[in-house]
Design a protein around this ligand. Structure first.
Ligand SMILES: Nc1ncnc2c1ncn2[C@@H]1O[C@H](COP(=O)(O)OP(=O)(O)OP(=O)(O)O)[C@@H](O)[C@H]1O
Ligand SMILES: [Mg+2]
Length: 362
């Protein structure tokens, strides 16, 4: 099929790499010639003269998007002509933290206590109700921990509110978590579902640095609980494609943090680590094809993000059980430039490779 992607970053690039062996063709909307997906298909560059979305729609049989910040109105407009997966409902819900929390509440999925905040007075009311510490986040557009303020004492309220620059915000109670996990799943047009194993995520300065897959010491019950939350969300939003939920593991069980209506950084390990990668499964889902098996190929897998600078990439190539993925982006502080996958049959083999690559860790 002819698949169109709104956006041309590394997610689109890896979707394309997965789509070509299945015989599909790819097209993208891009802001410039330099974006990671541009060389992997037809690119419609927004140059102000032509409507690149319109061009993409005419050139595609099915459309998907790379970011939850995609304009819902544009997706609704495209949907009149060409199917867009995931649909407007998933996009509308997941691009606003308040709507996301409301759907968790409605479906009985545990999440942090929260209140929407539109003024300093609202913030005071929310802090009175929720208590401190708490996190103030912009309701929309946050990523990599940007647009967040951790409030620890009452004298920080004004500073926290000012840091939101007047946009709608949400105050969330601080969750005392043991570790952070994520679950990636895919739902097909025919309502088939597949779930990857829960993985463990380590962040530094708000940016994901390391994923280990599967997460250690996850009982069958916990995996099933996470899959149950996921299934209710997939079905409620009539989601087609990959959906990711980020969770906190606490002493009282799982608490859902947020979700993303797309392939996710914490699923990049699946390219070499699982029978079918998250990218291939997203492509299969949106093209109405049977979904692929999600089981791990080896006992242990890890994914290290390459952030800010490329670093000693030859070290990756020298290892027998590591794979390098570079996105063709230039170096910039805090930027995701690529990732490394390590696969291993024993924990010591995994740790040996992680040690050899410690230059990539913060
Ligand atoms: N309610 C909370 N309690 C405790 N820690 C939190 C809470 N919300 C967020 N955090 C921490 O801040 C990190 C970033 O928050 P969140 O995932 O909501 O933001 P984001 O900017 O969308 O991040 P990303 O794009 O990396 O997923 C989380 O991974 C977690 O470590
Ligand atoms: Mg997050």
């Amino acid at each position: 099929m002819k698949i169109g992607v709104l956006g041309a970053g590394q997610l689109g690039r890896m979707l394309a790499i997965a789509a070509y062996p299945l015989g599909h063709q790819m097209a993208f909307t891009a802001n410039s010639e330099d974006e990671p997906s541009v060389l992997l298909g037809k690119a419609f560059i927004s140059d102000g003269t032509q409507d690149s979305t319109e061009q993409l729609t005419s050139a595609s049989e099915v459309i998907t998007f790379e970011s939850e910040n995609t304009d819902v109105e544009i997706v609704k407009k495209i949907s009149k002509k060409t199917p867009v997966y995931p649909g407007a409902k998933s996009l509308f819900t997941t691009q606003h933290r308040g709507r996301e929390k409301a759907i968790f509440d409605n479906l009985g999925i545990p999440c942090a206590p929260y209140q929407m905040v539109n003024s300093l007075a609202d913030l005071q009311t929310a802090v009175d109700a929720i208590g401190l510490p708490a996190i103030l986040k912009t309701a929309t557009e946050g990523y990599d921990g940007k647009g967040q303020f951790v409030i620890r004492s009452d004298d920080q309220l004004e500073k926290a509110w000012l840091s939101m620059h007047g946009v709608e915000a949400i105050l969330e109670g601080f969750v005392n978590f043991k570790r952070e996990l994520s679950l990636i799943a895919v739902r097909g047009i025919d309502n088939s579902h597949k779930y990857y194993p829960l993985v463990e995520n380590t962040h530094h300065n708000g940016i994901l640095r390391l994923t280990t897959a599967p997460a250690e010491n996850i009982s069958v019950k916990v995996q099933e609980q996470a899959e149950h939350y996921m299934q209710t969300l997939l079905d409620e939003m009539e989601h087609v494609g990959v959906l990711t939920i980020e969770l906190f593991e606490t002493s009282d069980g799982l608490v859902v943090n947020e979700m993303a209506p797309r392939v996710h950084n914490s699923g990049h390990w699946s390219i070499e680590g699982a029978r079918t990668s998250q990218f291939e499964n997203h492509v299969r889902a949106i093209t109405g094809s049977p979904l692929g098996e999600t089981a791990c190929l080896q006992q242990y897998c890890a994914m290290i993000n390459i952030i800010g600078e490329h670093g000693p990439v030859d070290k990756v190539l020298e290892l027998g059980n590591a794979h390098l993925h570079l996105y063709g982006k230039s170096e910039r502080k805090g930027r995701k430039l690529g990732h490394i996958t390590i696969t291993a049959n024993t924990l010591s083999e995994l740790n040996k490779a992680l040690n050899a690559l410690d230059a990539f860790m913060p």
